[in-house]
Design a protein around this ligand. Structure first.
Ligand code: NIG
Ligand code: FE
Length: 406
């Protein structure tokens, strides 16, 4: 592999730091270098970056990309997706468009359980192809690292096949073993007992984190606590779907257990905001899910102002957020959550990497992975400005061009 030089860029833009999460004012401290370059080493890491006038001539083979009129940002990181599903829920979408609610559909055996039936029937190979296809769609929108959850198997083999499919596609697997209670178990307690005994030992070998949907009609606080404690004891980081449709105590539980994140937070009030602000539990906000289900937006501005570690993600899934685009999330975060363009970039890069426990990416800095998005605009803020626009020009992952519109 030769070195790669991206030259004459209108801007190179990144947050700085030591790999730890950013909060408060640090979220806004973005570095913008005008008329700049990024040089990538032959090992797929960033060699150097800076102003064109400081670029020293290279003695070895270099492949060049003309960055004129483009701006470079770190590869985007989607820290919350559900890509391992078969079938679709277009029928439910149409029903919701004329008044059915997400909770009614789930209670009637649809929703997550309808996707579970299709996913169980799909088979391992099909699941791998499905996740790879969604990975490529995310990549085209600038996502160079994605997390992918299981949770549409809810039986041993399909849960493990989903985790394997995410890993095979290069994603970061999360075991969402407690997503819904499948019909073969009488209740949430019985299902959690079974999942801990039968699936957790193998899931812990494949996944880096565990997740639970704390909600009416899904898992209450007691089964969620038992499931998460067992997962922590097996070495998994903890994540929660919390306060999406109702505030049932997911935030205090996340703090009690030292979870990595609590995600959604559409129903979180001032107490939850203050608690997260004073904690190391990241708040992962998913504005597409709120938009798609016509729910209130999560309190993004208040969380940032309270000092919380805020990250943003798509929640890509067939029911509540059928959208692979982090640039769309960026627009919604600016227009609906009251975040600044700089805060949004930090939430999609540095803080999303932190949620996934990754320290080798999320910023443009010598030695880090060369995951770079070139935006088709001379000002990086077009990322959020151009609603659903074709803003991603080129994507470099580990030093290789994987998407190019040139
Ligand atoms: O994050 N809320 C629970 N899980 C997903 C939705 C999954 C589905 O509807 O299939 C979410 O919104
Ligand atoms: Fe989700």
């Amino acid at each position: 592999m030769t070195r790669l030089l991206i030259r004459d860029l209108a801007q190179v833009v990144t947050h700085r730091g030591d790999g730890g999460p950013l909060r408060g004012r640090a979220l806004r401290e973005v570095e913008v270098v005008e008329h700049a370059y990024v040089l990538v080493d032959d090992d797929g890491r960033i060699a150097s970056m800076g102003a064109m006038r400081d670029l020293s001539p290279s003695g070895c083979d270099v492949e060049e990309i003309d960055g004129a009129g483009l701006s470079a940002i770190p590869g985007l990181i989607d820290c919350h997706t559900h890509p391992a599903f078969a079938g679709d829920r277009v029928h439910e979408f149409a029903l919701r468009a004329v008044g059915a609610t997400y909770e009614e559909l789930l209670a009637a055996g649809g929703g997550i359980l309808s996707t579970t039936r299709a996913t169980r029937a799909a088979g391992e190979q099909a699941l791998r192809e499905i996740v790879a296809r969604h990975r490529d769609a995310m990549l085209a929108h600038g996502t160079t690292t994605f997390e992918g959850k299981s949770g549409y198997g809810l039986d041993r083999d399909t849960e493990l096949a989903q985790l394997e499919a995410v890993a095979a596609a290069g994603g970061v697997p999360t075991w969402l073993g407690a997503h819904a209670v499948p019909p073969e178990h009488p209740d949430a307690d019985a299902y959690v007992d079974w999942a801990i005994a039968e699936v957790l030992p193998a899931a812990a070998e494949l996944a880096v984190a565990a997740d639970v949907f704390v909600e009416r009609g899904a898992f209450g606080i007691e089964p969620a606590r038992r499931y998460l404690r067992a997962c922590a004891a097996a070495g998994l980081a903890l994540r929660l779907h919390g306060d999406q449709l109702s505030a049932m105590g997911a935030v205090p539980l996340a703090l009690e257990l030292g979870a990595r994140s609590v995600d959604h937070l559409e129903s979180t009030g001032p107490d939850g905001v203050a608690a997260l602000g004073g904690s190391d539990v990241a708040a992962v906000l998913l504005p597409v899910a709120a938009l798609y289900l016509d729910r209130p937006m999560p309190p993004g501005r208040a969380l940032v102002d309270a000092g919380a570690i805020v990250a943003l993600a798509t929640d890509f899934n067939p029911g509540s957020a059928f959208c692979e685009s982090l640039p769309v999330v960026a627009t919604l975060a600016c227009t609906q959550l009251g975040l600044s363009t700089e805060e949004v970039l930090a939430a999609l890069t540095v803080n999303a990497a932190h949620v996934l426990g990754l320290v080798d990416r999320g910023r443009l800095e010598p030695g880090l992975r060369a995951d770079i998005v070139l935006l088709d605009a001379p000002d990086w803020r077009h990322l959020a400005y151009h609603l659903a626009g074709d803003v991603v020009h080129t994507v470099v992952r580990e030093g290789r061009v994987v998407v190019s519109r040139a």
